[in-house]
Design a protein around this ligand. Structure first.
Ligand code: HSE
Length: 328
């Protein structure tokens, strides 16, 4: 399979490194960051591109724009992993529209376009006979969308609850375990590269809400947006509140929940008893699905990180290679 990668930050570079190390039968024929691009139908030299990015901050040639790569490179699937912009989902949405319109599959970790324009993009993919896959947009390495779309077919999903933001979970865990202040814990999360480019998306609950919107629209086709989610972040949580919860053998976690029957879509800090399945540590995510046949299922895994996100992207690509090889 030939791919073009748009975005060469932590996720894009993680994908390139995994392809280089594991050689999963994927050739990168187009690559762009926000300021440069490169195309080679025979396959781009990935170690050289990684080296250029590290030394010069550019993966390719300044004359080649991301859109040049989307429109001009020879590939089967576009991998859109540029940073999320949630106000308008751009420029990623335009990249995805162009690729789908060329009859190319799209795999993305970019929450903006999927949360804002899922119906339109899905319809465009269907009309061009290609696939739009976005496992990496929710819960990092946990293959929750695949489980919902494939493994639980035949079940009715009644509700879902989850810890869906690794940065918030890391901050809360560090405040609890080490007695750090919110600001100290946030600084650590940023240093380790878990947080979004703008970490207010994380701590104000917006990132978790985007994931909830994506899940709700995928599972129930609700057509909801961020405005439909009741959101409270963790930025006002004090060490005292955490200590108090601890004294009562409970702890605080940022929980996202969707119960369509009650019209409920909410992200908020909640008090969780010790031993609760959603009580995970550090950057872990956890998601519980409530279903009619399979009952309650909880999945736990890394919710953030470059290689973990690459796992979801490469899983989507290999799935496409196996099941939908015939893109134009
Ligand atoms: N900033 C996000 C998180 C990255 O902390 O969960 C993964 O979506």
């Amino acid at each position: 399979m030939r791919i073009a990668i748009l975005g060469f930050g932590s996720v894009g570079r993680g994908i390139a490194r995994v392809i280089q190390e594991k050689d999963p039968g994927i050739t990168v024929t187009g690559l762009a960051d926000s300021r440069s691009g490169i195309m080679d139908p025979e396959g781009i030299d990935l170690p050289a591109a990684l080296d250029r990015k590290e030394k010069k901050g550019l993966c390719g040639d300044r004359q080649v724009s991301p859109l040049n790569v989307v429109d001009g490179a020879e590939y089967d699937a576009l991998v859109e992993v540029s940073p999320t912009r949630i106000d308008d989902g751009e420029p990623a949405t335009t990249h995805i529209v162009h690729a789908l319109s060329r009859g190319k599959h799209v795999v993305t970790s970019n929450k903006g376009p999927i949360a804002l324009a899922h119906r339109r993009l899905h319809a465009l993919a269907v009309s061009h006979g290609v696939q739009l896959r976005y496992e990496a947009t929710v819960c990092g390495a946990i293959p929750v969308l695949h489980i919902l779309q494939h493994d639980l077919l035949g079940n009715q999903v009644q509700a879902l609850h989850g810890v869906m933001n690794g940065t918030c979970n890391f901050i809360l865990t560090r405040m609890e375990d080490e007695g750090l202040t919110y600001d100290q814990a946030l600084a650590e999360a940023r240093e380790m590269g878990y947080a979004e480019a703008d970490p207010t998306y994380d701590v104000k609950g917006i990132d978790a809400a985007l994931k909830l919107v994506i899940l709700a629209n995928t599972v129930w086709d609700l057509g909801v947006t961020l405005d439909d989610v009741e959101i409270t972040g963790i930025d006002l949580i004090t060490p005292e509140a955490i200590r108090l919860a601890c004294d009562r053998e409970t702890t605080i976690r940022l929980i996202a929940e969707a119960i369509p029957e009650k019209g409920l879509l909410r992200v908020s800090p909640r008090i969780i008893p010790q031993g609760h399945p959603l009580l995970v540590e550090g950057t872990l995510n956890a998601v519980t699905l409530h279903t009619d046949l399979a009952g309650e299922l909880t999945f736990i895994g890394k919710g953030a990180g470059s290689v973990e996100t690459a796992s979801a992207v490469i899983g989507d690509l290999l799935y496409l290679g196996e099941h939908h090889a015939g893109a134009h």
